[in-house]
Design a protein around this ligand. Structure first.
Ligand code: FAD
Length: 398
């Protein structure tokens, strides 16, 4: 059943039609009073803000304490890319298992669209006790509105306590839309998740105020508790391919897929074939490398070590590397075995993306650069000289 919490108070409405003009989705039309097209409305709040007499409200469903007990289980929304399970899903299953142990709950993966037997097995091996599967041709393109509708439908039907979603481009779109439909909170880009032993609530930690402090956010009065986590932040657990799980096929009203969007063409992004989130070794460029012409050296070093080049936002803004290779708060969180930071100062917005790196090596000409506080090994000196020396040494020894 579709949630539709937009209300128009006809005693307060002055029929000015401001709301109709404010709606980007053509969800409001004017009869005697504004009329809502429930399928088109995205609960974006634009009409609420525009109404001069506060005649429009979006009702938030407060879950009473008695109702909280109806919600149980930890769900992970599975992201499939060309049929393959995105590693962030497996990482979240690892975290979900940890949380489930604390609350004595069941871990489930939610799979929307076509899914192979192998992919289901993988989800179970990495920790899912159950899989909720909703399939329909309309879910075979990654249109976020559709996924959000079906995820919300599943959630209303089975009432999970927690839903975890990978903070990929796709996951960000789905999580925000699903949370709005379910009228619950969503904490985006969490860096840690814990269960509060006293209340059983999910404690969702994320950087706030430009990364200068860590906020812990709770969703005490609403369910499900929704959080997104970037790739590379959580650890997968060791898979057990002997595990058994239950697959529940969920049927839903196909009208949920009527999102008014027609997919004309799909184009694969061929610019970023390899993802820095998956790299074992990253050589990261900072402003201190002082020019695009030095990226070639970093690429050579990366090639010798079987890695990739990444970088700071300053390096992206200078046009030396692409945004797909940016590490940090507004870039990617990475977890390679080795991260060599070349001419990177180590501001919190950058280092928040390398908390899970096994070994950080910093090259910086300033011995007081903050990067040395978190580096396992540090080289004080000119990156333009040190990187070529490292290349020479490696070439001589490989
Ligand atoms: C909301 C917000 C989000 C942000 N998100 C991100 C993010 O996702 N990722 C990110 O990286 N930043 C991000 N930033 C920017 C961040 O605050 C820093 O400005 C940025 O990380 C600095 O990049 P840098 O270390 O390459 O450059 P700089 O801070 O300019 O540091 C350059 C370093 O190189 C050293 N150096 C200079 N010459 C040499 C040399 N020849 N050899 C060796 N070392 C040398 C210097 O001593 C210095 O330490 C964000 C900022 C904000 C406000």
């Amino acid at each position: 059943m579709k949630v539709h919490p937009l209300h128009i108070d006809t005693t307060a409405c002055i029929q000015c039609e401001a709301c109709v003009g404010a709606c980007s989705y053509n969800a409001l039309s004017m009869g005697e009073y504004p009329e809502i097209d429930a399928d088109a409305c995205q609960l974006c709040n634009a009409c609420v803000s525009e109404c001069p007499t506060e005649a429009i409200t979006i009702e938030t469903a407060n879950v009473t304490t008695a109702h909280l007990s109806q919600y149980a289980g930890i769900w992970v929304l599975c992201e499939l890319n060309n049929g393959a399970v995105n590693p962030v899903t497996l990482q979240l299953l690892g975290k979900a298992c940890e949380l489930a142990q604390q609350n004595n709950e069941i871990v489930s993966a939610v799979v929307l669209g076509a899914c192979s037997y192998d992919a289901c097995n993988e989800l179970i091996a990495y920790g899912a006790d159950k899989i909720y599967h909703a399939n329909h041709n309309g879910l075979n393109t990654m249109l976020e509105n559709r996924y959000a509708e079906v995820l919300a439908d599943l959630s209303q039907c089975y009432k999970p306590s927690v839903i975890l979603i990978g903070a990929t481009a796709f996951g960000r779109g789905v999580s925000a839309r699903a949370a709005a439909r379910l009228q619950t909170g969503l904490t985006a880009d969490c860096t840690e998740l814990r269960i509060d032993n006293a209340t059983g609530n999910l404690l969702q930690q994320r950087p706030a105020f430009g990364g200068n402090l860590l906020a812990t956010i709770e969703t005490p009065h609403h369910r499900p508790q929704m959080a997104s986590v970037r790739p590379g932040v959580m650890q997968m657990q060791t898979p057990d391919f002997n595990r058994k799980g239950l697959i529940i096929e969920h049927t839903f009203d196909a009208a949920l897929l009527n999102d008014g969007i027609t997919l004309l063409e799909e184009h694969a992004d061929t610019t970023a074939k390899q993802r820095i989130e998956d790299a074992d070794v990253l050589i990261a460029a900072g402003k201190g490398i002082q020019g695009k012409e030095h990226i070639g050296n970093l690429e050579q070093l990366a090639g010798l070590l079987g890695g990739m080049v990444a970088g700071s936002r300053a390096a992206v803004e200078a046009g030396w590397i692409s945004v797909a290779h940016q590490v940090g708060q507004t870039g990617k969180s990475v977890s390679p075995r080795v991260y060599i930071a070349c001419g990177i100062s180590g501001q919190i917005q950058h280092t928040s993306g390398i908390n899970n790196v096994e070994t950080v090596i910093a090259i910086n000409n300033d011995p007081d650069a903050p990067i040395f506080e978190m580096a396992h090994y540090g080289i004080v000196g000119n990156a333009q000289e040190i990187v070529p020396e490292l290349i020479q040494i490696l070439r001589a020894n490989v």
